[in-house]
Ligand binder design. Structure first.
Ligand code: NAG
Ligand code: NAG
Ligand code: NAG
Ligand code: NAG
Ligand code: NAG
Ligand code: CA
Ligand code: CA
Length: 571
């Protein structure tokens, strides 16, 4: 690549830029564009009172850790009042904190501490439904004034053969079984895309939307910096003008009619109105900022949708939507994924989202998916951390991935025992009792048996630990080369061999980083990467190199299996 062809011109431009604008690079970057985001699962981060369940006071006491590792903002999985039939994703009061996690006063303290440290707080917002124990639902069942149409009610249809009443459509809920449940009291069906304890709100009802803006305002007034919107694609359902609902076609992916995958969800996912709802919320957040000042408030959107749909959610200059439609592409990599596969996953996003909007974000994991150590193998945790932080844009880390936590086989009994808890076990702070997570006698989920080895305290002391690699990467994000990512040619990525990924970040005149990642299980020899001399600034555990060593890229570079290195050239 002829990156240095215009070196002279580049220097002149750089000097002009330096003279004109304040700090070199980054001046036009809003905080979320290159943020380091971190997801906290509150039940498992830090328990302050010994009941074995994490809580807000616990999180507050650990905020300085987030600062230490370079986190910009953290989003908390739901902390609102809930019967916990779906671990807080079923909200009975959108305006209060569940007693398990603490009180509004605890929340205010958390915000105060976060602000003093400069760590932003984002709340998980679950608009697709409420709990059936929410007073709104009770009012709707009773057809109270204004609440009649708050949820999605329907009489159902009469089966012409049996004469019996049946559900309005064949829709199957995300958790399996019908999406419609009969309510005796109101003598109608209500819709629920998830559990029957999670009735869907009617977002075509302006009152519902107003209530939701009111909820957003309530938390903005308490100082939050944004919201992560849960289950965005499920907000709207299609209905014919005559009020009846169309059946969904059979997908052919499953033979079990009770399973969610049995149907192709053309009427219950990604309906066009969702896009307008994103614009409405974004406009609300922008107006709030205009009135109250401060940094941008952000919307993160959880949507397992095509990149074209995510692009619509993001919007454009006249219709701005969610700043961070979360990009799950790298979560689909496995232990067998090659560097070329990684490039394919990156391309999928970049070819649309970067080309159209110059925006990117990279999600490492979340509470609904296996940890990286289990998805890809323990020796690849650092590789994924390197990739998501080396690519331009924001990175999204699920708590514990920075120390290489693993899934834990959660022993449980009964029907509601779900495998997915495996990635939700307590954070591993140290090698003491309960890994420092709880002063109590037991913890709500078992600790990982590996906590004596993989924990924050011990990894601080090991120079090439996952934790220290992670911290090193965060430092790079504020270098001038990393801040030049929106400039033409400020970054590139390619598979230099089947197994070796190279990411380049550069400001084109004074600084360049080469990040090389060996995805494979074999040693790799690479020739002809360049002509200049670079310094090793970051090396992973398997490396035979050391920081401070130099190499000219016209020499052969040897990468051990699963080795990642960061090289720097300085003018
Ligand atoms: C993002 O860029 C800004 C400059 O605009 C910089 O101050 C900040 O440190 C960067 N973010 C991270 C996570 O490094
Ligand atoms: C939602 O509420 C509106 C009233 O604002 C109503 O016209 C519409 O029929 C309701 N939709 C459903 C699916 O109940
Ligand atoms: C409602 O309209 C749809 C689409 O036009 C049609 O298929 C359906 O049969 C109609 N249902 C009733 C009950 O009229
Ligand atoms: C922006 O998006 C809106 C809504 O999708 C669309 O109507 C409009 O044409 C777009 N504008 C531009 C400049 O692309
Ligand atoms: C995509 C998705 O399933 N999102 C959430 C929507 O709500 C359900 C039920 O509360 C959650 O379990 C999901 O995580
Ligand atoms: Ca507790
Ligand atoms: Ca819905």
């Amino acid at each position: 690549m002829p990156q240095w062809a215009h070196l002279g011109l580049g220097l002149c431009l750089a000097l002009l830029l330096l003279a004109g604008t304040a700090p070199a690079g980054g001046a036009d970057i809003d905080w979320w564009e290159n943020a380091s985001l971190y997801q906290i699962y509150p039940r498992s981060f830090q328990d302050s009172d010994g009941d074995g369940i994490g809580d807000l006071k616990g999180i507050t006491s650990r905020l300085s850790y987030l600062k230490e590792i370079g986190i910009t903002a953290t989003w908390l999985s739901p902390i609102f009042t809930s019967p916990m039939s779906d671990f807080g994703y079923d909200i009975s009061n959108f305006y209060d904190i569940d007693p398990i996690f603490g009180t509004l006063a605890d929340f205010d303290e958390l915000i105060t501490e976060a602000k003093s440290l400069g760590v932003k707080i984002i709340l998980d917002f679950v608009p697709n439904h409420s709990s059936d124990e929410n007073e709104w639902f009770a009012k709707s069942v009773n057809r109270e004034d204004g609440y009649d149409d708050f949820y999605v009610w329907d009489d159902g249809k009469l089966n012409s053969e049996t004469g019996e009443r049946e559900a309005p459509s064949n829709w199957v809920s995300v958790f399996g079984g019908p999406m419609w449940t009969w309510n005796e009291q109101r003598q109608q069906y209500f819709l629920h895309q998830f559990q029957d304890k999670q009735p869907d709100l009617n977002f075509t009802n302006p009152m519902v939307r107003e209530h939701m803006l009111d909820v957003l305002k309530f938390w903005l007034d308490r100082g939050v910096d944004g919201f992560r919107i849960d289950a965005v694609p499920h907000i709207y359902e299609y209905r014919f003008a005559n009020g009846s609902y169309p059946d969904e076609p059979i997908s052919g992916w499953s033979s079990d009619p009770e399973a969610y995958d049995y149907h192709d969800h053309i009427y219950t996912k990604d309906q066009p109105a969702t896009v307008d709802l994103m614009y409405e919320w974004r406009a609300f957040l922008d107006a709030y900022r205009a009135e109250n000042g401060g940094d941008s408030r952000v919307l993160l959107a959880e949507a397992y949708s095509s990149v074209e749909t995510l692009s619509a959610y993001f919007g454009n200059s006249t219709h701005e939507g969610t700043q961070l439609p979360m990009n799950f592409q790298l979560m689909y990599l496995s232990g067998y994924s090659t560097a070329r596969d990684v490039v394919g996953s990156i391309d999928y996003w970049m070819n649309t989202m970067w080309k159209e909007h110059q925006t990117a974000n990279w999600v490492v994991g979340n509470h609904d998916n296996d940890r990286v150590a289990n998805r890809m193998g323990a020796h690849k945790v650092d590789l994924l951390n390197v990739i998501v932080n080396a690519l331009p844009g924001a990175s999204v880390t699920y708590y514990g991935e920075e120390i290489g936590m693993s899934n834990v086989d959660v022993q449980c009994t009964g029907d509601d025992c779900e495998h997915r808890d495996a990635e939700r076990t307590p954070m591993q702070w140290n090698s003491e009792k309960n890994a420092g997570f709880s002063p109590g006698d037991s913890t709500w989920l078992p600790l990982s048996p590996d906590y004596e080895r993989y924990n924050v305290q011990s990894e601080r002391r090991v120079s090439r630990s996952s934790l220290n690699i992670f911290k090193g990467l965060q430092e790079l994000k504020s270098s001038s080369a990393f801040l030049a990512f929106k400039e033409e040619g400020g970054f590139s990525y390619e598979a230099v061999t089947e197994q070796v990924l190279q990411i380049i970040r550069t400001n084109k005149h004074s600084e360049e980083y080469r990040i090389l990642v060996n995805m494979g299980n074999n040693m790799e020899l690479i020739d002809g990467l360049g002509t200049k001399t670079y310094e090793y600034v970051l090396v992973t555990a398997y490396s035979t190199h050391y920081a401070g060593q130099t190499v000219n890229l016209n020499e052969r570079i040897i990468l051990m299996p699963h080795e990642a290195i960061v090289l720097r050239w300085l003018a």
